[in-house]
Ligand binder design. Structure first.
Ligand SMILES: NC(=O)c1ccc[n+]([C@@H]2O[C@H](COP(=O)([O-])OP(=O)(O)OC[C@H]3O[C@@H](n4cnc5c(N)ncnc54)[C@H](OP(=O)(O)O)[C@@H]3O)[C@@H](O)[C@H]2O)c1
Length: 322
């Protein structure tokens, strides 16, 4: 089968498209004929091996140990391991795995769900990492409630476009923060209010929010704190490295002072949340926003585009089988 792989850390230029054996399915795994995948910032962090602690996390200080990139996947079940009960060959599924940028991939059964009936493979592949991050940030870390004033900073990227729609599905009053060219999209996916960050700094406006989800945080933690209402919660998913460090180090301390809470978190893929997202997609509450599509041979190009930091929704890889 064709797969994308890399032997050394570096820019997306290190990626190669090679022919290898189809992976053998493990007892708790499902072998998927990949029809679509999508790219996430974590892909280029792992390929670059930067920042350096990424190498410590995945083990592979000088050379990558895991050489096949790609997490988000959608496709058809080709074969199932001996212990797999919930899927059978022919099922159309989506989820997250290692080595999604390939014609076939093995996925742990628990990281997989049936594809939403009304979704294309491309739409389904756009969902897992970004939408689960948005869901867990809003629900598990942010304790989102109906009627709450919720602000999504970085509302126009992969995580942000899902966050706006998921927050609306919880009945929140949602403010989306994005640049001028994305204002229309933010409204079209349901934001009640849109702030163009090139014209207005919401942290200086005097408005207060019960929950702020920073899909892309580029303000200081003190600015976000000021924009929280009494008992408000700030949840950071991503953004600048300075902001991530600040939130990891100062968030727990600032949360001890007064009643505002500030936290960084890492999302965890799981079947229950994939099923919940499947229901949201089937109910039309969430519709993936897809910016660009690239063939498997152009994963490097897709990553270069994503790395520029201005994708409008998700960037998808389509996998054709000869
Ligand atoms: N913690 C976790 O578990 C987890 C999981 C997934 C992702 N992440 C992280 O979350 C972040 C977002 O991921 P993503 O997939 O959404 O990335 P993405 O799709 O690449 O985000 C791109 C978006 O960021 C917006 N943006 C750039 N600068 C901005 C600014 N100053 N203010 C507001 N928006 C700005 C861009 O909008 P404009 O073009 O309008 O500027 C663009 O639409 C990344 O840092 C990623 O590493 C974390």
């Amino acid at each position: 089968m064709k797969t994308i792989l890399y032997y050394n850390y570096g820019s997306p230029d290190v990626l190669k498209c090679e022919e290898i054996e189809k992976p053998a399915v493990g007892d708790h795994e499902v072998l998927i004929k990949v029809r679509a995948a999508s790219v996430n910032p974590v892909d280029f962090h792992l390929i670059r091996g930067k920042p350096l602690f990424v190498r410590l996390m995945i083990g592979g200080l000088r050379k990558p140990k895991i050489t096949r990139p790609g997490f988000d996947v959608a496709g058809q079940v080709e074969a199932v391991g001996r212990s797999v009960m919930q899927f059978k060959p022919g099922d159309e599924v989506f989820g997250a795995c290692r080595g999604a940028f390939a014609e076939y991939a093995c996925v742990i059964e628990d990281n997989l769900a049936l594809k939403p009936a009304n979704s294309s493979f491309e739409d389904a592949a756009a969902v897992p990492v970004a939408a689960i991050t948005a869901l867990q940030g809003l629900r598990d870390k942010g304790g989102i409630q109906r009627g709450q004033k919720v602000l999504v900073d970085g509302a126009s990227g992969g995580v942000g476009t899902f966050a706006v729609q998921i927050a609306k599905s919880f009945g929140a009053e949602v403010t989306a923060v994005c640049s001028t060219r994305n204002v229309h999209t933010a409204r079209s996916i349901g934001a009640d209010h849109v702030i163009d960050y090139t014209r207005e700094d919401f942290t200086q406006s005097g408005q207060r929010y019960s929950l702020i989800l920073a899909a892309n945080a580029y303000h200081s933690i003190f600015d976000y704190r000021r924009a929280l209402s009494q008992d408000g919660i700030y949840v950071m998913a991503g953004g600048g490295w300075a902001q991530i460090l600040q939130t990891m180090l100062l968030g727990p301390l600032l949360s001890l002072i007064g009643s505002k809470k500030m936290r960084f978190f890492i999302a965890k893929i799981n079947k229950n949340d994939l099923v919940l997202l499947k229901d949201l997609l089937e109910g039309g509450k969430v519709v993936p926003v897809i910016d660009r599509r690239y063939p498997l041979s152009s994963v490097a190009e897709a990553l270069r585009y994503l790395e520029e930091g201005h994708a409008q929704g998700k960037v998808v890889i389509t996998v054709e089988h000869s």
